[in-house]
Unconditional design. Sequence first.
Length: 291
Amino acid sequence: PPQLPRWKRSRRELLQCLERVLRALVAGGPLAAPAAGTQPAWERLLACCRGQGLLAPAESRAGAGQRGTDAATSRPLYLVLDDNFYYRSMRYEVYQLARKYSLSFCQLFLECPLECCLQRNRLRSHPLPDQTICLMARKIEMPDVEKNAWEQNSLILKSSDGASEDNEQIISLLAAALENPVKQNEENSEQKEADRAICAASAAHRADQACRRIISQTMKDAKDKNILPSEMKSLAEELNKLKVEFLEALRQGSNLKTQICVQSQYSDPATTVISSFQHEATTVVNKYILR
């Protein structure tokens, strides 16, 4: 979209072009012609593929119908994306491509002290402003294997050291990734769990709003029945405590508070909880009315 910043458009175009190449290499199909807006990025990517021997010169033109060389898929193929990737979400987009085509994925993160970054930047032919480097240092997100299973094939190296044993670690990382490609169904359980959490949160929100309305109406009805003010306070506390228990049961997937609706026609958890709460609230208020 034209409203996106230039760097975001460039990143999106590159990923689109990369997927076209992956589709051709994995499926053996033709290199589809890109959209007009991605033409410059496409030409640069094709030139890179040609330089690496993935495409013959005649086959690297941007027209449809050309195919990658057999040599491209007859040996292990590594695609290196050399970028800051300072947001984890940027790297996750690449992981999604690997998962989509059942390819391997790994990350090599170069950890470098800010002062070293500033010194190196000043030696460049076209250095960036220091504040840009400082901002990047604050924003960059390192791989977190404990929180993100998809980042398990990650290696963090001290960029300022350049030790010889780093090469062995990098080779081991690439070999491990190559032997364990991402399977499309690996993420299904995680996605299902995420979807379940979203649905549960939505159901809990709907149930919470409905229970609040029930409590409000119940308190109004109780007031009309001339219940004493001191008992009104106790009634409100009891109803709110009951609401908390019902909502917690809903979030935990427990049927402790919904057993009376086992035979109910309702299948939606939120609807079931609301119906059960209505029943319990009526029972509670009747205790006060019949005293």
